[in-house]
Design a protein around this ligand. Structure first.
Ligand SMILES: [Zn+2]
Ligand SMILES: [Zn+2]
Length: 137
């Protein structure tokens, strides 16, 4: 368990951030859930041993080093944080709440078209795919 701890420690120490007990605890919870969790849900799972402000702070740091993803105010562990070339998105099942991460390689095509047709400089894309997963179909 906590197989993500070593890369998180490396990323945190590069930024001179401390890997606190809170970071370890939030990571431990995210590792055992494959759907998105809100800070309040994490607080409840941890039996209020961390307050929600601390959890938010931890999640924001983890997000900054790209170990977690946020979607509609909920977070999930990235399934391949070393993949920085493709865009990370999720297939979210509206029935069971499962969230499967997918990697899409469209960024260059879209940013080229937006630059060409609209002189728009693309920085980030927000996309969510809501539907029914293979287990619920
Ligand atoms: Zn990811
Ligand atoms: Zn489902």
């Amino acid at each position: 368990m906590n197989q993500n701890l070593a890369p998180v420690e490396a990323a945190f120490s590069a930024r001179r951030w401390r890997v606190t007990l809170g970071v370890r605890e939030v990571l431990r919870i995210l590792e055992t859930h494959d759907h998105f969790l809100s800070a309040h849900e994490i607080e409840k799972i941890l039996d209020h041993s961390l307050d929600v402000t601390t959890i938010y702070r931890v999640l924001e740091k983890l997000q900054e080093v790209r170990f977690v993803h946020e979607f509609q105010g909920k977070w999930r562990l990235c399934s391949d944080c070393h993949n920085q070339t493709e865009s990370h998105h999720f297939l979210i099942c509206e029935n069971c709440g499962s969230a499967e991460e997918i990697f899409l390689d469209y960024h260059e095509a879209i940013s080229d078209q937006l630059a060409r047709e609209k002189q728009f400089l693309l920085k980030k894309v927000h996309l969510g795919f809501l539907g029914t997963c293979r287990n619920c179909r």
